[in-house]
Design a protein around this ligand. Structure first.
Ligand code: FAD
Length: 324
């Protein structure tokens, strides 16, 4: 890893991004910064802003398509921010938000019946979060079984499905604002909606998550059930960026999901280069191995045209696209 003296954390010039996304397409970032702590994240954002860059934040890259070529500016990955821990005290009405969200309290509660809270830095994978909750026998994130990505990305996207979503457990956030300052956000001051936390330019550094007491056995059973259901209908073993489109308002679409619309309009299985609309699920575009971002983005645009033409419904993208 090459470090640059001008950045407050590990930094790589011309860093390939495609392999850092689940779609495996796209070019390189002019700069990739790799903070390892919330404080380094804050400093990295401030440093990028001082140089006139609006940094892009990369989590697990599981809902992201990066365009081919060089992406100018700064990408900050949260990949190294992997701490998850139990805070040592309750948080009801606590005035010490920032301190509570940082791992300053060495003492964790002793019993699993106490606290029911976890603090997760933004780079903790959703899988690691599920495993921690399952081990403690705490319920709240089972519906995220099989959803790839990280806590920060999961919060930003309000990841989930019909059985539950990320914001079901969010109690409080430590975010970095556009000036590079920490801001503490209680749940009541946030306005998450379907697949969008509406955070504007705020970057999630750390989250306080609240669970319900259950048993490891019950949580494990739910995780297995949700995983099995997901595996049945989604192309989980192929390269993709998850659902490309949000489900339209059921009143406008007569209850049809985005995937159903794509299928009914005859676009399921459609191919462009090595990109294909999944044969398993019409809302997924998969990279069959050698697709370029141009193939993927061209196919997405084609499908949108077909659906608009045949159904009159304009599909809205859920997937984020950088650089196109
Ligand atoms: C096979 C597969 C299945 C999937 N199934 C589901 C599903 O069932 N439900 C679902 O909701 N999603 C699903 N997804 C999509 C994806 O897993 C979720 O959207 C996930 O939350 C993305 O998290 P990430 O860390 O990968 O975010 P990224 O893809 O890295 O980023 C997504 C967006 O969040 C922003 N972001 C990332 N980190 C932060 C941060 N710390 N602060 C502020 N903004 C940030 C990014 O800038 C970007 O705009 C699936 C994806 C795949 C590949």
């Amino acid at each position: 890893m090459t470090s640059s003296k001008s950045w407050p954390c590990a930094a790589l010039p011309n860093a390939e991004l495609g392999a850092k996304t689940t779609m495996h397409v796209g070019g390189a970032a002019q700069w990739l910064l790799e903070p390892a702590t919330p404080e380094e994240l804050r400093e990295a954002i401030a440093a990028a802003r001082e140089l006139g860059f609006v940094p892009r934040i990369l989590g697990g890259g599981a809902n992201l398509i990066v365009a081919d070529g060089v992406l100018p500016g700064v990408v900050i990955t949260t990949d190294r921010m992997k701490r998850i821990f139990r805070p040592s005290q309750g948080h009801g009405g606590s005035e010490t938000l920032r301190e509570d969200l940082l791992p300053t309290h060495a003492l964790a509660p002793t019993s699993r019946e106490e606290g029911l809270e976890l603090v997760a830095w933004s780079g903790v994978t959703l899988l690691a979060l599920l495993r921690s909750a399952q081990k403690l026998g705490w319920s709240g994130v089972e519906a995220l079984a099989g959803v790839p990505g990280q806590v920060g990305g999961g919060i930003a996207m309000n990841a989930g499905g019909k059985h539950g979503e990320m914001w079901d457990v969010v109690e409080r956030l430590l975010v970095v604002d556009e000036q590079g300052n920490f801001v503490e956000l209680p749940r009541a001051e946030c306005n998450p909606s379907y697949r969008n936390a509406n955070l504007g330019g705020l970057v999630v550094a750390s989250a306080l998550l609240k669970f319900k007491l259950s048993t490891a056995h019950a949580v494990g059973d739910s995780i297995r059930d949700y995983l099995a259901a997901k595996n049945r209908v989604q192309p989980v073993t192929e390269w993709s960026a998850g659902c490309v489109w949000k489900n339209p308002d059921p009143e406008r679409s007569a209850g049809r999901s985005a995937g159903m619309l794509v299928e009914q309009c005859g676009a399921k299985g459609r191919v462009r280069g090595d990109a294909q609309v999944s044969l398993k699920h019409g809302n997924f575009v998969v990279n069959r191995g050698n697709a370029t971002a141009q193939d993927v983005l061209g196919l997405i645009a084609e499908v949108e045209d077909i659906v608009a033409h045949k159904s009159g419904i304009a599909l809205e993208r859920e997937v984020k696209i950088w650089g196109a």
